[in-house]
Design a protein around this ligand. Structure first.
Ligand code: FAD
Ligand code: DLZ
Ligand code: SF4
Length: 516
């Protein structure tokens, strides 16, 4: 009697639910490199290399721990190219009598797995993914009791549940749940930004990198200089390094953007967490402990922990609550194709060019670059949200649909009609100027309102508000913006709209077929 335990590429955790409570002698762990997953969108080259290298390392570790592991490599003869095809072949190879698997992170894969019991004629046990702090069922129960899915209230529940940053009498540390108001400092001159920890690639990684260069050479992104953590041990070292070198300033500069500084005080841990190399609880604890020891200020510890046990858990709950409809949501009826410069970085807008350079070089841009530069521009320009979502899914090393889609469709494009965020994250040049040093280097003038030399974000911002006036005028969080619009002369309003139209008319659309 052999149980087959498929472990998917983002389930690289030794404490995975499917690996617990079963005798190693009765099981075969199946890991599959498959063409379907490497190409369902044309992922960044570095992302494919990261995932396959981490999978190969994990398989080695499982073998060392005494598991029988059947590892199917991408180039193996007979590889069918799909999870379903490879699982079927493995059942036959091992005469497996049962399958045990942790629920998939993405809808597409869940639907495939749901069909396995019938297709293969063996029992399939699908276990909840308890690496998350909040189960999908718990989130559904929480959501059903509310009209609005306010992240802040969800986050408080997670603080209570985990006890993180809570006093012994059940109050939040520092008397407040959220210290975001202390976390909006613009960049200062003379700040020393730490580098993330680099890991020299070993033979496994070098082999994968060569294979990716050969096979996926036409995909977006740079592959040279690969130095990411690919094992849990390395990821833990990277976490320790972040806590020591960057966490104390994380909160203060969380929203800042600086030309040439690709990480600032951010952790760059999302790829490792999303792969399963680190659990969210161990990451959150690693920030709470130095706070308790007086080594990290509360605004930083709280700001960081909120991202992990608040936002990350919240978007995952939202994904499973709202799928599959949310993938097609387009509340603002945006139809413009993605501009070509999202692929080339060839734009005079320094804020966008910088974010795209960082994305091409590392498969990374930090949250404010994603939200207030790349996402904001796409929303103001009226780019079709599904194209925006495909782009984000392709280019970021941490992008899996469960986390990418809510952030794009809900948070950044407002395409879900405000289910995730009651107000669109729209901003003009003034916001980017306040939070970055980009505008001083830009050929556009951030202070100019209209005309060919004016910062395009300014006219696009007002044009967006004008285009969607019927939807947003009554939004109580946008009253101030519409009263500013109302105070403008009709000539000024016309000038904004004409400037936006002229800018949008010269945008070159990306060549067809870029996503798949
Ligand atoms: P830090 O700033 O150091 O934050 C710490 C951790 O908090 C991150 O590692 C991450 O695990 C978590 N986190 C922070 N914000 C979020 C969030 N909004 N949602 C989920 N987790 C969060 N994150 C992804 O992991 N994958 C994505 O595909 C992704 N797509 C995004 C798309 C858009 C349009 C936006 C606005 C945000 C997106 N995010 C995504 C969230 C966030 O930008 C990244 O998690 C973060 O930039 C990762 O870098 P870091 O590890 O340095 O994060
Ligand atoms: C993203 C990705 C890629 C590029 N390749 C693989 C792969 O070959 N094998 C695998 O198991 N997983 C891969 N992944 C991650 C999967 O897309 C992810 O594990 C599932 O979609 C479930 O979220
Ligand atoms: Fe971006 Fe406008 Fe500033 Fe240029 S001036 S960097 S386009 S915000």
């Amino acid at each position: 009697m052999t149980t087959l335990i498929p472990v998917l590429g983002d389930q690289l955790c030794h404490d995975l639910a499917s690996l617990r409570g079963i005798a190693k002698a009765d099981a075969v762990v199946l890991m599959m490199e498959v063409a379907d997953e490497t190409t369902y969108v044309r992922h960044h080259k570095r992302k494919i290399a990261l995932i396959l290298s981490a999978m190969r390392h994990f398989a080695e570790e499982l073998r060392s721990a005494g598991w029988r592991v059947d590892y199917v490599a991408l180039d193996d003869a007979g590889n069918s190219g799909s999870f379903t095809g490879e699982t079927k072949r493995a059942i036959e190879r091992h005469r497996a009598t049962a399958i045990r698997i942790v629920e998939a992170g993405e809808w597409r894969v869940k639907i495939a797995i749901d069909g396995w019991a019938k297709a293969f004629g063996v029992p399939v046990q699908i276990l909840p993914d308890d690496r998350f702090i909040c189960s999908t069922l718990e989130f559904q129960t929480w959501a059903q009791a509310r009209n609005e899915l306010t992240m802040e209230f969800f986050y408080r529940e997670m603080r209570r549940k985990t006890g993180l940053l809570m006093t012994s009498d059940g109050k939040p540390e520092g008397g407040q749940w959220n210290f975001d108001k202390d976390n909006r400092a613009p960049p200062k001159r003379g700040v020393n930004y730490p580098e993330p920890m680099h890991f020299t690639p070993d033979k496994i990684t070098n082999d994968v990198v060569s294979m990716v260069a050969d096979r996926f050479g036409s995909h977006f992104g740079r592959l040279d200089g690969f130095a990411l953590p690919v094992t849990a041990g390395q990821a833990r070292r990277a976490l320790g390094h972040f806590v020591r070198t960057a966490l104390p300033e994380f909160g203060t500069y969380q929203d800042a953007m600086v030309t040439g500084q690709d990480w600032l005080f951010h952790s760059w841990l999302s790829p490792a967490i999303n792969l399963g190399l680190l659990t969210p609880l161990e990451v959150a604890n690693a920030a709470a402990d130095p706070y308790a020891a007086g080594l990290v200020p509360l605004n930083s510890a709280e700001g960081f922990i909120r991202q992990i046990i608040g936002w990350r858990e919240y978007v995952r709950g939202y994904y499973w609550l709202e799928m599959p409809e949310v993938a097609e949501a387009n509340a603002l009826n945006a139809t413009r194709p993605l501009p070509e410069f999202y692929w080339t970085g060839d734009t005079d807008m320094v804020c966008l060019a910088e974010a795209i350079r960082n994305t091409r070089d590392h498969g990374y841009a930090h949250h404010i670059q994603r939200l207030m530069v790349l996402g904001n521009f796409a929303m103001l320009a009226g780019v079709r949200p599904q194209e925006v979502a495909d782009w984000f899914l392709i280019v970021y090393l941490d992008a899996y649909e469960w986390v990418e889609l809510p952030n794009v469709i809900g948070m950044s494009q407002h395409a879900d009609a405000g289910r995730l965020a009651t107000k669109p994250y729209a901003g003009g040049g003034a916001y980017i100027n306040r939070m970055s040093d980009h505008c001083a280097r830009c050929r556009y003038d951030v202070k100019k309102k209209t005309g060919p030399d004016a910062c395009p974000f300014n006219a696009l911002y007002w044009d967006f508000l004008a285009r969607h006036e019927r939807r947003f005028r009554r939004n109580r969080r946008m009253v101030q913006m519409y009263s500013s619009w109302d105070r403008m002369t009709p000539e000024m309003r016309d000038a904004y709209r004409a400037s936006a139209a002229a800018f949008l008319a010269q945008l070159e659309p990306a060549a067809a077929g870029w996503a798949r």
